[in-house]
Design a protein around this ligand. Structure first.
Ligand SMILES: C[S@@+](CC[C@H](N)C(=O)[O-])C[C@H]1O[C@@H](n2cnc3c(N)ncnc32)[C@H](O)[C@@H]1O
Length: 281
């Protein structure tokens, strides 16, 4: 995929706690370099979820964000172990039986399985992700736990092939901040939705725009911080794509766990939100 424009990242030490946002070498990376880093991070999330990360994962996090025990008890435990979402948008999504739903950046599949239980046999759910280890994990779990009607597709959330105007709902949890082409992502979502279709997502945004000189720390980008966009700019992209935001909630229950991530969070007011938008065009 062609690089649209270069962006600045901080090259950091590989160990988590030694990373700081200031005083490091600045280098330009292209999109494929960033992609490699993101894939590496989320391969670890799939294969070794009990390891050390900037962010929390698993059942305790999911319960704190708002997932119900009934929702979690009805999906494979391994998908919950690798859950790396940042919010709970299923209440606002209000999924109805028979609906067609797509999860962007489906990870180990937890949200796809929850959505599948809600749409029932007449509905259909797809997950898209670019990290092979996540796709392998979610597909194996689907096979071994009787989720026969779900499909996990390898692709980029910016531009994978999907029938325009075919979806009732697009969901996504902790993913769009990782994209360097957010405008394209929202336009693609709008294109795939039916008229009146909904987008229910949780994501990381900032209160203050990250300064150009420190647009991101490569490791913090992959950890859902460095790529976060200022919240008004983020909502403008959604309106520009032809969707109207009807619910916007700050998730106070979500916080990053490493010291470097906490530092960036305080300085730039990095926070988690959940939101619902409706396609108006
Ligand atoms: C923070 S994890 C969240 C996964 C899942 N939504 C969850 O709640 O556990 C981000 C996921 O998005 C995927 N991802 C990141 N950028 C992507 C892109 N541009 N296209 C497709 N998948 C992407 C990663 O591979 C990873 O599985």
């Amino acid at each position: 995929m062609p690089l649209q424009r270069p962006y600045i990242v901080f090259i950091t030490d590989a160990t988590m706690e030694n990373q700081t946002v200031s005083g490091q070498e600045i280098k330009q990376l292209d999109r494929s370099d960033l992609e490699t880093r993101v894939k590496k991070m989320y391969t670890r999330v799939a294969e070794a979820p009990s390891g050390k990360f900037h962010f929390e994962m698993g059942r305790k996090l999911a319960l704190r964000l708002g997932y119900t025990t009934a929702e979690l008890d009805a999906v494979p435990v391994e998908s919950i172990d690798s859950f790396a979402g940042v919010g709970y948008h299923f209440a606002m999504a209000n999924i109805k039986p028979g609906e067609k739903v797509l999860d962007l950046g489906s990870g180990a599949g937890m949200d796809v399985f929850i959505a599948t239980n809600k749409v029932g046999q007449r509905g259909r759910v797809w997950g898209v992700d670019m990290t092979k280890a996540q796709l392998q994990k979610s597909s194996n779990l689907a096979l071994h736990h009787g989720f026969h009607d779900v499909s996990f597709i390898e692709g980029q959330i910016e531009d994978f092939d999907f029938i325009p105007g075919s979806l009732d709902l697009v969901i996504s949890n902790g993913v769009i901040n990782l994209s360097s082409e957010k405008a394209q992502v929202f336009k693609h979502i709008s294109r795939m939705l039916k008229p009146g279709g909904r987008m229910a997502i949780s994501d990381i945004v900032t209160g203050v725009q990250l300064p150009h000189s420190i647009t991101c720390n490569s490791s913090l980008w992959a950890a859902c911080i460095g790529g976060a966009m200022q919240k008004d700019m983020y909502s403008d992209l959604i309106s520009d794509a032809g969707m109207e935001i009807t619910v916007w909630t700050k998730n106070e229950q979500y916080g990053f766990i490493s010291n470097s991530a906490k530092g960036a969070t305080e300085e730039y007011k990095v926070h988690s939100i959940s939101m619902l938008a409706v396609k108006t065009i």
